[in-house]
Design a protein around this ligand. Structure first.
Ligand SMILES: *[C@@H]1O[C@H](CO)[C@@H](O)[C@H](O)[C@H]1NC(C)=O
Ligand SMILES: *[C@@H]1O[C@H](CO)[C@@H](O)[C@H](O)[C@H]1NC(C)=O
Length: 468
């Protein structure tokens, strides 16, 4: 009897122990899954506040970090919303970093254009959309009918502009000047080449400090072009550009019409080209072909940014310029910036004026990724702002970027051009004479500081409401 019991017991132990273990494991896994789901849900609700009055979600994180409210791009109330907002809505719902904190921009890599196409076909099949579309001004219509296309082929590109190191160079390039220009603006390009846009080693402004070896950098240059409607002027324009490219090796041209509403293509195509070709370049200056840049001061300024203790993290989202907050779209029909509210409703996100901005190479690559989930927008600098906010990144305002020029007669004061990094709207002739002046006054003005050069992330509500 005792033996029998003993046997039974060992059988029971053999059979039941694994069963018990399995059961315990099952319970454990279920509990873990429940806990995880719960905490995920709690996290995503805890992070979001809803501003009932203005129909906006508010990112709490950003508001506590920077001391002001940052309205997000995702509006809840969708009634009577603009065409672009409607297009972007479903995409944002999927990728909103506030609603879905775990979504990373990097994870969009595999879906080239998929979400954009999907939302476009959904929205254009909506009942009232055909009517809205037909009533767009012609320019907007033209934009909207091409806004899904961004893989325009490269016609001319420079050979090895960003190549890791030139033969005699000691270090990686510091900055790439990427200048928006058009086929006929040869004079502007030539003036830039001879003045502030010279390539190679450029010394910084503080030549006299002890660590002078550090305060300089290698500069690269590329001009960004589409194709101009040459009309009756015929085909030789592109031959000339080809010759220019052979001579200077700084032409990057794509096969799209170079119109104002196509300028955003220069951003997204530059990001794509940059990501493939310029891995080692630390900064990009993107600007118009009528800006004047104080290159030595800019080099010093950027070197200082790299030396800051936090540089490793800040460079992930570094974009500096003349920051405009809370701008509203231009609703004046005759303006070249005109955006009807059937196309876009609401404020623009904070953005840096497109005359000239500087951002890090790291950010350029992140912008390239995130832009795959942001529908093109006809105003290029606003589009960059739209991508920035989707990276949860804020542009840095620096008053030494004068995209709206000096105020009054400030520029006639001695040393005035030594206090700035960039100023917008100068003719090619002015570029040449300003550059000569800068050199002539160098010794005298060398130590003049930049105009209130403390970088600030400006509270949105303190900024004037500008309509362009
Ligand atoms: C340059 O540096 C030297 C030595 O550090 C100093 O004596 C001199 O005053 C400096 N010159 C200028 C123009 O700052
Ligand atoms: C942009 O370029 C494309 C390709 O050349 C052209 O079809 C389209 O009309 C242009 N868009 C605008 C708004 O000019």
């Amino acid at each position: 009897m005792a033996r029998c019991w003993c046997r039974l017991r060992s059988v029971l132990i053999c059979v039941c122990t694994p069963c018990l273990c399995l059961a315990l494991l099952f319970v454990y896994i279920s509990v873990m899954i429940c806990l995880n789901l719960n905490s995920y849900a709690m996290r995503s609700t805890a992070r979001v506040n809803y501003d009932v009055e203005n129909n906006h979600f508010i990112a709490q994180e950003t508001s506590s970090r920077d001391g002001f409210d940052l309205k997000t791009f995702w509006e809840k109330n969708m009634e009577g919303i603009g065409f672009w907002n409607e297009l972007q809505r479903t995409i944002d719902h999927n990728f909103n970093p506030i609603l879905h904190p775990k979504t990373k921009a990097g994870s969009t890599r595999d879906f080239d254009g998929f979400f954009l196409k999907q939302s476009f076909s959904e929205v254009t099949f909506m009942d009232n959309m055909k009517n809205i579309f037909d009533n767009f001004p012609q320019q907007i219509q033209q934009f909207a009918s091409h806004m899904l296309i961004r893989d325009y082929p490269i016609l001319i590109q420079p050979d090895g502009v960003c190549r890791a190191k030139g033969r005699h160079e000691k270090e990686q390039p510091l900055i790439l000047f990427a200048i928006k220009t058009t086929e006929f603006n040869f004079k502007n390009r030539q003036a830039i080449r001879q003045t502030w846009g010279q390539v190679g080693w450029v010394a910084g402004a503080k030549r006299n400090s002890s660590d002078k070896t550090e305060l300089g950098g290698y500069v690269r240059r590329v001009f960004l072009l589409g194709k101009e409607d040459t009309g009756a002027l015929g085909t030789h324009v592109s031959d000339l550009l080809m010759m220019e490219s052979k001579t200077y090796g700084d032409i990057l041209q794509w096969d799209f019409r170079d119109t104002f509403f196509n300028l955003t293509l220069k951003d997204v195509l530059l990001w794509s080209w940059f990501s493939q070709n310029c891995n080692q370049v630390k900064f990009v200056l993107k600007g118009d072909d009528d800006v004047f840049v104080n290159t030595p001061k800019l080099i010093t300024y950027l070197r200082e940014q790299l030396r800051k203790p936090q540089a490793k993290t800040t460079m992930e989202e570094f974009l500096v310029g003349d920051v405009i907050g809370s701008a509203i779209p231009n609703r004046v029909r005759k303006s070249k910036y005109f955006i009807p509210d059937t196309f876009y409703k609401g404020h623009y996100p904070m953005y840096a004026g497109g005359g000239g901005v500087v951002y890090s190479g790291l950010l350029a690559k992140r912008l390239h990724e995130i832009s795959k989930t942001v529908h093109l927008f006809p105003i290029d600098d606003v589009y960059v702002g739209m991508c920035m906010i989707r990276l949860n990144a804020l542009p840095i305002h620096n008053p030494a970027f004068l995209t709206f020029d000096f105020s009054g007669k400030e520029d006639e004061e001695p040393c005035s051009y030594h206090t700035i990094l960039l100023v917008h709207r100068r003719t090619p002739e002015q570029l040449v004479s300003l550059w000569a002046d800068l050199k002539k006054t160098w010794k005298r003005c060398q130590d003049v500081p930049l105009r209130n050069s403390d970088d600030k992330k400006i509270p949105q509500k303190n900024l004037p409401k500008l309509s362009l």
